[in-house]
Design a protein around this ligand. Structure first.
Ligand code: AMP
Length: 175
């Protein structure tokens, strides 16, 4: 069994032309979930990571499990207006318009090494915005970890060109 084989593709969702890579079929499968989380934990067990940041919302599921098993804390990067205390915010471009992600100002300490987790990297806009938030708080991105990379959309390259190491468990062709 492979991680890739447990990911469902839903064509034309949320709109025509998008091949949605649905990880709920991986997460509901006990062996699939274990394979995915254990792979991340194996990779970061002996790396310098102080804290795990998860990106809203599938990054929370993965990041929470990984942080717990690494014995680290978990910090959410959320879509705008969800975090109750003082936040830093970062706007990023979408296909149409912009969106905003936020982090609590006191969520990270200066100099901490942060592992940022999400399910999928497409254009990299969301991930890059999360990295900017981490930097605004004086912390450093140790690595980005994703289940899925869509290499044709160029996000991974964008992150690597900005100096961030990227790990992805599997890839899908096309967008
Ligand atoms: P991006 O900012 O373009 O890298 O988009 C990344 C975010 O959008 C991730 O949090 C994904 O969950 C979601 N996403 C983008 N494209 C897809 C896709 N084809 N299938 C599933 N999720 C996607």
């Amino acid at each position: 069994m492979t991680i890739k084989s447990k990911i469902r593709t839903v064509p034309n969702w949320p709109k025509a032309g998008i091949m949605f890579r649905d990880i709920t079929t991986l997460l509901k499968d006990p062996a699939g979930l274990k394979l995915c989380i254990d792979d991340f934990v194996e990779r970061y067990r002996n790396k310098a990571v102080d804290v795990v940041v998860g990106i809203d919302s599938r990054g929370f599921i993965l990041g929470g499990a990984v942080a717990y098993l690494l014995g680290k804390g978990f910090v959410p990067v959320r879509k705008k207006g969800k975090l109750p205390a003082e936040t830093e915010r970062e706007e990023y471009a979408l296909e149409y318009g912009t969106d905003v992600v936020e982090i609590h100002k006191d969520a990270l300490k200066k100099g901490q090494k942060v592992l940022i987790v999400d399910d999928l990297i497409a254009t990299g806009g969301t991930a890059l915005a999360a990295a900017k938030l981490v930097k605004k708080l004086g912390a450093a991105v140790a690595e980005f970890a994703f289940i899925i990379d869509l290499p044709d959309l160029g996000g991974r390259k964008k992150l690597e060109q900005a100096g961030f190491p990227v790990y992805a468990q599997t890839e899908f062709e096309g967008d």
